[in-house]
Write a protein of this length. Sequence first.
Length: 177
Amino acid sequence: MLTLHTKLTADDHRAAVAQLVLPYDQREKCRLRAVLSNGEDVAVFTVRGTVLRDGERMTGPDGQVVQIVAAREPTYLVQCADAHTLLRCAFHLGNRHTQAQVGDGFLRIRKDVVLKEMLEGLQATVTEESAPFEPEAGAYGGGHGHHDGHGQHLLAPVPLRQKIHRPSDTPGAPGAA
């Protein structure tokens, strides 16, 4: 199984061997087992609070590079006739601690019918869509990492031997606990 634990910097131009396509809720997990676009299993280790963003690239001990891709998921596109109304919508979403993607003239939120009704009550146009969701990191969402001395950002301590449980594992099988 491939292990990923290090974000690459923008000046590292190694080609990706595969993509890791994940919805937002999976891209904010610090420990994750997933399947790459090429069918290979992968284990991802990051520091708690790290969010993997669309287009970022990661690597692990073997040097293979994987590109992160934000999966399309059910969202609402929020648009308003003027900036003041859009600002009011953003305020009310923030007041409810709702994650929101802020774009040029729009907001994007996860699909939630209660929030849709509230936004429409504020005179917003709310359109259901399937789109990659990239919410703001928040005022304290730093995203700093520890450098490994080679221009890469080691995101988490890497366990030398950590068993990733697979539902298909059976006692006595090679590699099973």
